[in-house]
Design a protein around this ligand. Sequence first.
Ligand code: FPP
Length: 249
Amino acid sequence: MSVKDKLDLNRIPSHVAIIMDGNGRWAQEQGKMRLFGHATGVEAVREALTAASEINVKHLTLYAFSTENWNRPKEEVEGLMDLLVKTIAGEVESLHNNDVRLTTIGNTNELPDACRFELQEAIKKTSKNKGTNLILALNYSSKYEIRRAIKAIAADVKSGTIGLNDITDELIQNNLYTAGIPDPELMIRTSGEIRISNFLLWQLAYSELHFAQKYWPDFTKEDFFQAIYAYQNRERRFGMISSQVNDNS
Ligand code: FPP
């Protein structure tokens, strides 16, 4: 029996975010190159996306490349960019046929030309799809995203377009890359590491966090369902007390 059968389909999170961690260690522990881990990680991306689509998760955000990742050895960065180009080009048809919409968050203008080109094509081709919105966080930094929002808002205050009292949570949200997308109810990180690593710092304020021990290349559909099941068995109190959130009267 799959954990999927135990899920309450009326309480599926609308947005799940994942830090796909452990590709390098997975490969190195087998005496292989780190890039082999990233390439195998693409299989796990397929698993997570299929699982999310099957249970109707509306938005799936994957942390694919952080601004800090540029500091890795040149061969690894080039290999990751190459993998991204090939994966997008190779998967776009399948994404489209499965009604998946591809979008990105992050400063994608700074990605190599080939990468930007494949992304643009895939984003355009899948833009009208109504299934899961696959959000790739690419050249993404949450601190940068927040700084960018603050600058945009400060410019509007300076020009007199808005006043200080117009700065609300909603206005800030509207100036983030994730404008219009609900905050993730659930964030999953693989590989046993327990930190946020500059990922969606504003958006994860009330998210449930799930830390899986497995390295990302080993992550399966069943692991995804397991994380949803664990989420459904948490009590989300949003700062209130238990009897308040459980009082349906
Ligand atoms: C973290 O593992 C993983 C990454 C930095 C890259 C993730 C990329 C993929 C799964 C492939 C491409 C993805 C898409 C969406 C096409 P790590 O290298 O930090 O592992 P480590 O902590 O063991 O070193």
